[in-house]
Design a binder for this molecule. Structure first.
Ligand code: ATR
Length: 280
């Protein structure tokens, strides 16, 4: 029997998730149908209800519905709870269980694919929106020494720090004071500036020697930040493509109880589009 899965978002037509999950399903010999479903915020809850009624077993949730998906869940994982957002829904009986695999996907990409050690790194998080919330708990769990959160709207940085609940390791600073914060071994861009056509003005003094810079997005919108990181002498400048593949694998594991191999899909995506050649 074919099992039905989907990704919900808006816009969704360029989503790579149907391709990624299609490849995983072939590799693991699982009969599964995975489609992209466009839903506006006003239509999201109705679209999810219709999907469940038609036998949907699970879904990925992307922008702008991750918080709305959280609200639909009867139960959520600890990662989803800390993120206040859900990127993976699992059907259990007649209810949704919510999880968030973004953070664990990022950490797996950096530690397993890129073979980088995150432990002990001083980390700067640029941005404090949904993307930052999704990955910050997993970075702390991976053993970073300190997390400094800087956001254009400082109140959001403070809210995120409060949620994370680790005042000894998590600090907030003002964007205007970025030049006085010393240097970081890990700089994560979680802002949507690139997606919105904006450009971040960042001092090179933020980058410690041999720093790792990560943009959570990929393709054209990540180019500006990664170019800055390379110009500043970063050892590694990594985009979010590997994280995308790894978070998908984590979702797949939760749905099917088997973790797919990710390297082949990752390489195929890298090779598929010149704009995806931006990671290290
Ligand atoms: P997402 O789910 O992608 O994180 P979001 O919750 O809207 O989207 O958050 C976007 C993040 O990018 C926020 O941290 C936002 O800063 P504000 O909270 O001040 O809005 C940040 N951001 C967007 N454009 C930016 C820009 N040009 N410069 C700096 N930060 C920007």
């Amino acid at each position: 029997m074919t099992q039905h899965f989907a990704v919900f978002g808006q816009p969704i037509q360029h989503s790579l998730s149907p391709y990624i999950h299609g490849e995983f399903a072939k590799q693991c010999k699982i009969d599964m149908d995975y489609r992209a479903i466009e839903a506006s915020p006003a239509d999201f809850a109705t679209a999810m209800a219709a999907f469940a009624a038609a036998g949907g077993r699970g879904a990925n949730i992307t922008l702008p519905h991750k918080e709305a998906a959280y609200a639909l869940c009867k139960e959520v994982s600890e990662y989803a709870f800390h993120a206040g957002a859900v990127n993976t829904l699992i059907r259990q009986g007649d209810a949704w269980l919510g999880d968030n695999t973004d953070g664990i996907g990022l950490v797996r990409d950096l530690t397993e694919r890129e073979r980088l050690d995150l432990r002990g790194r001083r980390c700067l998080m640029l941005g404090a929106g949904g993307a930052a919330r999704g990955v910050a708990p997993a970075l702390l769990e991976a053993g970073i020494a300190e997390l400094v959160i800087v956001n254009r709207t400082p109140e959001r940085a403070d809210t995120l720090a409060d949620i994370l609940g680790e005042p000894d390791r998590v600090k907030t600073r003002y964007w205007e004071d970025l030049g006085n914060q010393g240097s970081f071994e890990l700089v994560v861009n979680s802002t949507s500036a690139g997606r919105l056509g904006g450009k971040l003005e960042l001092p090179f003094s933020l980058l410690a020697p041999r720093a790792l810079a990560v943009d959570l997005s990929y393709g054209e919108v990540a180019i500006g930040f990664l170019a800055w990181a390379r110009a500043g002498g970063c050892d590694h400048a990594v985009d979010g493509l590997g994280m995308l593949v790894e978070q998908a694998a984590e979702s797949f594991l939760r749905w099917h109880g088997v973790r797919p191999q990710t390297q082949e899909v990752y390489e195929a995506l890298r090779a598929s589009d010149p704009l995806l050649q931006t990671g290290d």
